[in-house]
Every structure is written in C-alpha cells, then in structure tokens.
Design a protein around this ligand. Structure first.
Ligand SMILES: [Fe+2]
Length: 190
C-alpha cells in the first residue's frame, strides 16, 4: 500500500529569466509521441531522400529523436529483414516512409529472463503490412521481426526508441519454438 504526500498549492516564485536551475525535468516521451515523431519524419521527403540505399544490405542514419530517444532512418533492400528480436525495456515506434514493410509480432508478454527456449501457444502470432505512411508503436518487451517482402522495391522507415536501446535480444524461431540466441549490447553495434 502506498499513499501520496499532500502538497500545498505552489506559490509563484519569481525566477530570473534565462535561469534553468528550477526547470522541471522533461517527461520521458510516450509511445504516441514516438509514433508522432516517426510519422512526421517519414513524411519529410528531403530527409527520406538523404538516406543512402544499398541493394546488398540495410543502411542506417541516426536521427535526433524527441525527449532523448534513439531514432533511426533505415533502408531495407528487397528481401531484407531483422530476424526475431525484442528491445528489452525500451518502448518504440516505427513508420514506413517508402515501399512496404511487414511486421510479424507476438501478441503475448514474454518473460524477459531466465529461459532459453519457449514454446509459444496457438494464436499469439500477428502479422501486419505497413505501406508508406503506416506504422505502429509498441511497449516494453515487444517481440517482432520486420521484413521487406518485396522482390524489387526498397523500403524506408523511421524508428524511435526510449530509453535509447540498452540491449536487444535476438531469437530464432522454429514453428512454435522461440530460442534466445544472443543478447546484444550497444558496444556490439559500434
Ligand atoms: Fe525492432
């Protein structure tokens, strides 16, 4: 049980202009704010055109996300994908800017630690197609894979995560069996 301490009404205090000493800390961005950022960035043709594209593999450009979030512009050549992974304790959002992406996701809360293989129950698989302008946000421990299933068209998308990704867990999937393969930390991505 917990209770909130009562506060007396705040008294206006004169603060000299230009002082940041009393500024309240910024609230962490919400899923909706990350999605809104990704949507607006994906609708910026100059930004999207600035991403170099490589037919052999994905390409990345780091962006400044809102509220200290980690954001990326990502290019997906035909047939490329992420493999199954989660984003640990980060929330996130992504929006397709060009082409079309497919997301396969699990509609189940997966225990984060202490297991190596899990047998998924029936009915937890969800798939969605995300053409240009479409996206989604997700909460902590969201498990998914993202693919460009097109045979000939590049896809481009904008992603944002908060807190900035401390780690990613990578999984392999064989039918209903999900197996933890690797935990990647930021130093692995340098
Ligand atoms: Fe992801």
């Amino acid at each position: 049980m917990s209770f909130l301490p009562s506060f007396s009404a705040p008294t206006p205090t004169p603060v000299s202009s230009g002082s940041a000493a009393f500024a309240a800390p910024a609230a962490p961005p919400t899923q909706a704010e990350l999605l809104d950022f990704a949507r607006r960035a994906a609708a910026d043709p100059q930004l999207i055109a600035s991403l170099p594209l490589d037919p052999q593999g994905r390409t990345w450009v780091r962006l400044d996300g809102p509220g200290g979030s980690e954001a990326w512009l990502i290019g997906w050549p035909p047939g490329s994908g992420t493999g199954w992974h989660d984003h640990a304790d980060s929330i996130g959002a992504f929006v397709t800017a060009a082409g079309e992406l497919t997301e396969h996701a699990l509609a189940a809360r997966i225990p984060t630690d202490g297991w190596k293989t899990l047998e998924l129950t029936d009915g937890v698989d969800r798939s969605r197609r995300l053409p240009a302008g479409q996206g989604r946000s997700f909460g902590r421990h969201h498990v998914h894979e993202v693919l460009n299933e097109s045979a000939e068209r590049h896809a481009i998308s904008v992603h944002a995560y908060y807190p900035p990704l401390p780690r990613i867990r990578r999984y392999s999937r064989t039918g209903r069996i999900l197996r933890l393969e690797q935990v990647e930390h930021p130093e692995d991505w340098q």
